[in-house]
Ligand binder design. Structure first.
Ligand SMILES: [Fe+2]
Length: 424
């Protein structure tokens, strides 16, 4: 039987969620002061006309702002340069509007405006200094639905020369506010919708099945996964303009940030991190490619190891994603008795079962889980990793740097090699 693990619940950002909420951004910025540094990425915000509208609104409210554009994944060099330039000017609030990388840029800049020296000194596993947690208030505005960085306390920084992706992390780095407007994701191209969507899904699955999972996150993760499973395929196939489905994916991404911050992640991210440090594969693509093969190994292991607690968690997801109400409902339908009475009978007939489940249900649920992932993988067809420049040398190095994080099954280096050969 599952126990309720100990947990503590550090703060979340002030969250404003909903289609059209972007128009309220100037008011939120204003609540932190009159001097804002706004970090934006690429050109999509400008091309969509939203930047001009926002700039006009900011001017009307009397806010003083400076905007910086960033490209690609966050690097120590760029963050140090921006922080060094803006330490000399008053900045009451940093705002990042963009995908996960732009938000990580903003998060790291907000922190480094309040720290001395170079960002490299504070990176986990790289630097020697601990971040103090001091920072300039930070507002995250995602324009993609994927990383959930709007609700995490770390910024991922990449140095491809040294071959790493490492985090700047502190509880205080959780954004002060997250404005999540699904309308901003309507212009996401198909490949980005797929890769970001699979990143969010893998984060929800890995945090729900993590050895650090706790009861306070369960219903959040399952509800978000349910929405993602409704939205992912139609959005990627033929309903990209459906704002209701975009809302489900934005919600899934937001919740995945909340759950991963608390419960951690598993082997998909334990391998995707090093891959992204070694060659320019988008994080969501790496996660999407790894998801099915990694989960196949993990599920096989937890069944072989008779890890019933983990099996139940994967079975929960399998039943949810296939709308399978389980043996109780089948029995209820067959016998035409009430569900409550049916669960009572199930439990009394099988005292070892938790909530009416039995071991056969677990195995069946795990299989349903893998069947759904297999179907998604076959339908969404992400490119192989060699398309992004992965070489045999990258593969060997990635394996040496990878781990299984908080996965309920630890993958061996040999198993990781098999997985990478499949997706290379
Ligand atoms: Fe991720």
């Amino acid at each position: 039987m599952e126990t309720i693990n100990d947990f503590n619940f550090p703060g979340l950002p002030k969250i404003v969620f909903g289609a059209g909420t972007f128009s309220g951004l100037p008011e939120i910025i204003h609540s932190y002061g009159r001097h804002a540094l706004i970090v934006i990425g690429g050109e999509s915000l400008v091309k969509s006309g939203r930047w001009n509208v926002l700039a006009k609104q900011l001017n009307q409210t009397g806010l003083q702002y400076k905007a910086v554009s960033v490209w690609g994944e966050p690097t120590t060099k760029t963050i140090d340069a921006i922080a060094s330039e803006f330490r000399k000017t008053p900045v009451n609030v940093v705002v990042a509007i963009g995908g996960g990388s732009v938000i990580d840029y903003g998060k790291a800049i907000a922190a480094m405006l309040a720290e001395d020296g170079t960002l490299r000194d504070y990176l986990e596993g790289v630097g020697t200094k601990k971040p103090s947690g001091a920072k300039v208030p930070f507002i995250a505005v995602p324009t993609t639905a994927g990383t959930g960085s709007e609700a995490t306390k770390n910024a991922v920084v990449c140095d491809r020369k040294e071959g790493y992706k490492k985090s700047l992390r502190h509880d205080a780095y959780m954004p002060d506010a997250a404005l999540v407007d699904p309308e901003l994701t309507l212009t996401m191209p198909r490949l980005l919708t797929i890769s970001c969507g699979l990143d969010a899904v893998s984060q929800l699955i890995e945090s729900y099945t993590s050895t650090k999972a706790d009861a306070s996150l369960d219903s959040l993760a399952l509800k978000a996964l349910s929405g993602a499973s409704e939205g992912l395929l139609p959005l990627c196939l033929d309903r990209g303009n459906d704002i209701s489905l975009r809302g489900k994916m934005s919600y899934a991404a937001l919740v995945s940030g909340i759950t991963l911050s608390r419960a951690g992640l598993g082997a998909v991210h334990g391998i995707a991190g090093p891959l992204g440090g070694l060659f320019p594969v988008p994080h969501g693509v790496a996660c999407g490619k790894l998801l099915f093969p990694v989960m196949t190994f993990v599920v096989k292991k937890i069944i072989d190891e008779k890890n019933l607690v983990a099996q139940k968690r994967f079975a929960d997801i399998g039943r949810l994603l296939t709308d399978d109400a389980g043996s109780e409902d089948i029995l209820c339908r067959k016998t035409q008795i009430s569900k409550t009475k049916c669960i009572e009978i199930c439990k009394s007939n099988n005292p070892a079962a938790s909530g009416g489940y039995n071991n056969e249900d677990y195995t069946r649920g795990c299989k349903q889980f893998l069947d759904v992932l297999n179907k998604w993988t076959r339908t969404l067809k992400l490119p192989q990793l060699s398309y992004f420049g992965m070489t045999a040398a990258d593969m060997a190095k990635a394996i040496s740097l990878s781990d299984s994080k908080n996965s309920p099954a630890i993958l061996s280096k040999e198993e990781m090699k098999v997985i990478l050969e499949i997706i290379r």
